[in-house]
Design a protein around this ligand. Sequence first.
Ligand SMILES: NC(=O)C1=CN([C@@H]2O[C@H](COP(=O)(O)OP(=O)(O)OC[C@H]3O[C@@H](n4cnc5c(N)ncnc54)[C@H](OP(=O)(O)O)[C@@H]3O)[C@@H](O)[C@H]2O)C=CC1
Ligand SMILES: CC[C@](O)(C(C)=O)C(=O)O
Ligand SMILES: [Mg+2]
Ligand SMILES: [Mg+2]
Length: 337
Amino acid sequence: MAAEVFYDDDADLGIIQGKKVAVIGYGSQGHAHALSLRDSGVEVRIGLPEGSKSRPKAQEQGLTVGTPAEVSAWADVIMLLAPDTAQRKIYAESIAPNLTAGKALFFGHGLNIRYGLIEPPADVDVAMVAPKGPGHLVRRQYVDGKGVPCLVAVEQDASGNALALALSYAKGIGGSRAGVISTTFKEETETDLFGEQAVLCGGASALVQTGFEVLTEAGYAPEVAYFECLHELKLIVDLMYEGGIARMRYSVSDTAEYGDYTRGPRVIDERVKDEMRRILGEIQDGSFARELIAEDDAGRPNFNKYREQGAAHPIEDTGKKLRAMMSWVDRPITETA
Ligand SMILES: NC(=O)C1=CN([C@@H]2O[C@H](COP(=O)(O)OP(=O)(O)OC[C@H]3O[C@@H](n4cnc5c(N)ncnc54)[C@H](OP(=O)(O)O)[C@@H]3O)[C@@H](O)[C@H]2O)C=CC1
Ligand SMILES: CC[C@](O)(C(C)=O)C(=O)O
Ligand SMILES: [Mg+2]
Ligand SMILES: [Mg+2]
């Protein structure tokens, strides 16, 4: 069944402009939602623990910051944009005691609801506005007058107005300029986890690193391998983004197109597809979520090791030197916009 897609004309910005919105967390998504809502005329406060390193960033942007409990007590709409692994504790300690009847609890991703880690009371709205893109681009697109598409879902509709409220919120962050697609917490969570693991982050990173390794281990220059396997990927993906795989194949040479048809399926073969199915199974049966939470509860020993290994991969050093010469790559994601 085709999903329903909403655009600017389907959303009433006035609804969210009439609410007090607490954004818990001021990272990739939090800063983007908070700044764009504020610029859309919404009253926003940020919830962060005392001593959070994000506090000065939010304050420098002129936002009012309180503890998660303080801003949850103040707000009509509470958007939880802290890391997924931190959310259940924040909810239990700071949000639940202040989540009185008639308020709305919002999420940017459905993991904690999908796997039953957070169970809100029945007398509040529970909805999701999940941008389909990194937070820094959500903000950048908003500032540029564009938008990142969002998914919207309603888990509980205590007010009878939860969808209109979520669409209004999505309009406030620029989502309805691009399209807001109606879904469920279950569908968003499972497809988002699958996409980031198998294709967008896990799949793409492994593909790039492995291609780089094969070329450099065969004696080719790391600089050439970097441009071939990482830098040019963006240019190829830009064509897919604009006009699909067909547009990319139209633009590349016939030689590349022939290699694409005959060699691509040898790289991404039935074994890879079977592995993707297993990955989807671990998402659907909850074993990935349990592993993630257990890893976080244990202090992230494996996660930290993987981070260190990733940062030490030779492609990072080569890329750092090459990007320093690219004056047009001038928007490092270290700031808030
Ligand atoms: N990253 C993305 O682009 C996307 C993320 N999402 C979803 O958005 C949500 C937020 O993810 P993301 O933006 O990546 O998160 P980040 O890791 O970028 O930012 C987390 C923020 O939460 C703060 N924080 C950490 N612990 C607490 C706490 N106990 N109480 C309050 N604030 C806390 C951090 O502060 P400090 O600086 O002190 O650590 C930081 O400001 C998740 O549900 C994620 O799945 C959805 C779509 C895309
Ligand atoms: C692709 C990763 C993502 O799902 C996203 C930016 O949409 C995330 O969780 O960060
Ligand atoms: Mg995503
Ligand atoms: Mg995600």
